[in-house]
Ligand binder design. Structure first.
Ligand SMILES: [Zn+2]
Ligand SMILES: [Zn+2]
Length: 161
């Protein structure tokens, strides 16, 4: 028996919803309402090659440190096999931070990969941002946090990079 193919518009994040009622709304500019929806929409953006979305949903203070060509290459040279979100932990405090634990699977010229990650996110001005642990945040521990929270860096995003 052949498996029934998913409808073409089914969202790549695996929610079972149509793309335009799921991650497509956030790719089109609507703010993702939670860290988990932002994380899912970033996975979908990798699948769909939405490189600008991947850049602009990273913490603004880190965007200059991103390698657009590398992001683009990773997106286009991988065959994305699926996403499984295990948990989303909302941390108390202002601004709100959250961790999302997920496993992403993909296939590339080196074979098949499965990567489990606990990613950090922060909300600022009603938008959630991914805190990229691979990009340095330049701030002294007592400086205002680069995320724009007006808190000291050491009390805000320093714990996540
Ligand atoms: Zn989705
Ligand atoms: Zn911060």
């Amino acid at each position: 028996m052949m498996a029934t193919p998913l409808p073409r518009t089914s969202c790549p994040c695996g929610s079972g919803e149509p793309l335009n009622e799921c991650c497509g709304r956030y790719h089109a500019g609507a703010p993702a309402p939670s860290a988990e929806t932002l994380m899912r929409s970033r996975y979908s953006a990798y699948v769909l090659g939405q490189v600008d979305y991947l850049l602009t949903t990273t913490l603004p203070a880190q965007q200059d440190g991103l390698d657009r060509d590398a992001v683009s290459a990773w997106s286009s040279e991988s065959t994305w096999l699926g996403l499984n979100v295990e948990s989303a932990e909302i941390l108390a405090g202002q601004p709100e931070h959250a961790f999302v634990t997920f496993t992403a699977r993909w296939h590339d010229h080196d074979g098949e990969h499965s990567h489990r990650e606990r990613s950090a996110f922060v909300q600022h001005d009603d938008r959630w941002y991914f805190i990229d642990p691979s990009v340095e945040l330049k701030a002294g521990r007592n400086d205002p946090c680069p995320c724009g929270s007006r808190q000291k860096f050491k009390k805000c995003c320093a714990a996540f990079v």
